[in-house]
Structure formats: structure tokens, C-alpha cells
Design a protein around this ligand. Structure first.
Ligand SMILES: [Zn+2]
Length: 370
């Protein structure tokens, strides 16, 4: 049995002076495999990742490990406690309105100078030294004067400090009411087939503040910087946002399957000795981020979502009915909503009452198979 250690890291203080902490679990391998970082629940209502970390720990205990694995449930100690009535909010910092997953810092600027400084360094040395640079740079932000950081930035930098130690980063999220899908950087497309996730969103290597981007963008920039010098190196870190399904829900059986899916990918990356985790056979549908279409409610009203997450819909097929009872006597109170192109419904809004312009659905369009 592998031993698991726990460290509680302080990521801030709340108004009564009490510390905000996150639990960090570590399992050590024999050092021959990758370093892996998994976090969950950055968005408050997206709780299923905690159950997946539980099932990962359960399955990792008896394995023969090459990889060092760090797991952080409850990554955002404010988010999951931010309740309103029976619902969890926790997608945005309640004070600033900023999305909790847009507060990470981009360290891509370090790449150009590093490549110029060390043009001929061996790959293993590049990996070790650039990683050290990212960690030190993140730590320097945290060590700066206390008045320089917002609450959210301080939490994000602490998580990023842990994530930069790894060459595989998985950020576990969920949609509102959602099918499983994977945010995968285009350069890591091949890895997507090792997760048991049928919907893959291929994203460019641009930074927009999220954990996956903060983790891989500097390494992408480093590869680009060496390429401009005429040297080909691989992108030495992979990071994914794993969207596990719907928010506000814990399903331990499903979490076991999702843990197995992650273990299949990690097995492919050489994390274990003699493990048999393999990806399931399934059709994996891919969509470019630019074709990931948000569908906004064309009118206010009460919605029945008829296209279910994961459903393939044809152009002209109804996707929702919007009921407007204030017009029962004056016109048709029931409005059938259709989409004008073929698509896969990935997720929809969690509530049945919507304003005009609410993001009703998100669809994969111009879909290809992986
Ligand atoms: Zn999320």
C-alpha cells in the first residue's frame, strides 16, 4: 500500500481572522514517472471532482507507482461555501465578480529569454530548470508585499505554485447540466483518446486566465521560442480541464468511472508499473473552440430543455420549448426553439426560468471524430 501524506496549505484569511486552507494529498512513486497534479472544485457548485479525487486515492493506494501524484480537493475554500438558499453559487468571486478560474498568472514571458540564455541545454535540463523558474516566479508573486494580491489571486497563485511542479495537470470541473467533455490543447490531441470522454474541445494555446492555460502556455511558449532558434523540442507539460458532468451533484459510482478514465490516461503517460488501465472503445467527437457555439435565449420565459446533454441534434430539430403564460390569450404561449445547424448539445442552463439573452445551451458544431 502506498502511503498518502496530507499537508494543509494556507491560501488566505477571512474576516474573522481565521485561516483559509486547502488539503493537499501526496503519493510518491519511484521517481521514474511523470509528476501529476489534480485539483477539484475551483468553482463552488462543481463538487463531483472531490468524489473523483476520493476514488483516485482509493485506486492509487495499491498500485505500483512511477509517478508522484498531488491531489487537491476543495481547491477554492470560499467557492463551495458560497450558498444562496439551497444552491451553491461559487463561479465568481462574490466581491469582484471575477470568474474564479480566470485569476491565474501567465508566465509565458519567461520562455523567450530562457531559450536565448540556454540554446543548447539538454531536454531533461530544460525541463528541470524551466520548471524551477516557473515555481520561483510564482513564489515571488506570493512573497511580494501582502497588499499586492486580491483574495482570488492569492488562492490562484498558491494552486499554481503546486501545479507548476507537475508535467501533467488536471483541473476537474463540471458544467451546469452537462455531458462529460474535455478541454484539450490542440498540441496534446493524441492524449485525448486515452480519457473515456466522448466530447473533446480543442483549444488553441492562448492564455485566458484558466488553470489549464496557466500550466501549459509557458511550455508552449518555450517550445515556440526554441523553434524560432531552429531547435525542435516537445511541449514538456500537458494540462486539461476535465468537465465531469453536472454541477451540484455527487455520484460515487460515476466518480469511480471518471477516476478510471484519468488512470487510463496516466497509465499511457507512464505513471504506473504493470497497471492494466486502458481507454474504452468509443467514438470521440472533437470540436474547435471557435466552433463551440453558445445559444442565447431568444426570449424570456420558462424553459423545457428537450435536447439532452450529449444528444446529436439536426438543423431544424427542436431543442427547447419556452412557455410564456402572460400571453396565453393573446398569442401562442408555447414557443418551439430550433437550431439552424447540426450539432451536439453539450450543456444547458441549470434553471428553467431565463431572461432573453441567457446562455441557454452550448453546442459542439462542425464536429469531427478524433
Ligand atoms: Zn468550472
Amino acid at each position: 500500500m502506498n502511503s498518502i501524506t496530507q499537508q494543509n496549505i494556507q491560501v488566505g484569511e477571512i474576516a474573522n481572522g481565521l485561516p483559509l486552507t486547502i488539503p493537499v494529498y501526496r503519493i510518491k512513486g519511484d521517481g521514474s514517472g511523470p509528476k501529476v497534479y489534480v485539483q477539484a472544485n475551483m468553482h463552488g457548485a462543481e463538487v463531483q471532482g472531490n468524489a473523483v479525487i476520493y476514488q483516485l486515492l482509493e485506486q492509487l493506494k495499491p498500485l505500483s507507482l512511477c509517478a508522484d501524484i498531488t491531489l487537491v480537493p476543495y481547491a477554492n475554500p470560499i467557492g463551495c461555501n458560497q450558498k444562496s438558499g439551497e444552491f451553491t453559487l461559487g463561479r465568481f468571486d462574490p466581491i469582484t465578480g471575477t470568474n474564479w478560474n480566470r485569476m491565474y498568472t501567465d508566465h509565458s514571458v519567461l520562455a523567450q529569454r530562457f531559450a536565448e540564455q540556454y540554446p543548447d541545454l539538454a531536454i531533461a535540463e530544460i525541463e528541470q530548470q524551466f520548471r524551477q523558474l516557473l515555481i520561483e516566479h510564482t513564489q515571488a508573486h506570493l512573497d511580494a508585499s501582502l497588499d499586492r494580491l486580491t483574495t482570488g489571486k492569492r488562492i490562484a497563485l498558491n494552486l499554481q505554485r503546486l501545479a507548476h511542479e507537475a508535467d501533467i495537470v488536471l483541473d476537474l470541473h463540471t458544467g451546469p447540466i452537462s455531458a462529460k467533455h474535455l478541454y484539450c490543447p490542440e498540441y496534446a490531441k493524441e492524449s485525448a483518446s486515452y480519457f473515456n470522454i466522448p466530447h473533446v474541445l480543442l483549444i488553441p494555446s492562448d492564455f485566458d486566465g484558466a488553470m489549464d492555460e496557466a500550466s501549459f502556455c509557458p511550455w508552449w511558449a518555450l517550445q515556440q521560442a526554441y523553434a524560432t532558434q531552429g531547435r525542435e523540442i516537445p511541449v514538456l507539460t500537458e494540462a486539461f480541464t476535465v468537465e465531469l458532468g453536472s454541477q451540484e451533484k455527487i455520484d460515487l459510482d460515476e466518480a469511480w468511472h471518471d477516476a478510471t478514465s484519468i488512470l487510463s490516461y496516466l497509465n499511457y503517460k507512464g505513471a504506473f508499473k504493470d497497471a492494466s488501465f486502458a481507454p474504452q472503445e468509443m467514438t470521440r467527437y472533437a470540436c474547435l473552440l471557435e466552433n463551440y457555439r453558445a445559444f442565447y435565449a431568444p426570449m424570456g420565459g420558462m424553459v423545457e430543455y428537450t435536447a439532452k446533454p450529449g444528444e446529436h441534434v439536426k438543423a431544424g430539430q427542436p431543442i427547447a420549448k419556452i412557455l410564456r403564460m402572460e400571453r396565453y390569450l393573446s398569442e401562442t404561449p408555447l414557443n418551439e426553439i430550433t437550431l439552424d445547424e447540426d450539432a451536439i448539445a453539450i450543456l444547458h442552463f441549470a434553471s428553467a426560468s431565463v431572461n432573453q439573452g441567457t446562455e441557454l445551451y452550448k453546442f459542439f458544431t462542425k464536429v469531427e471524430t478524433l
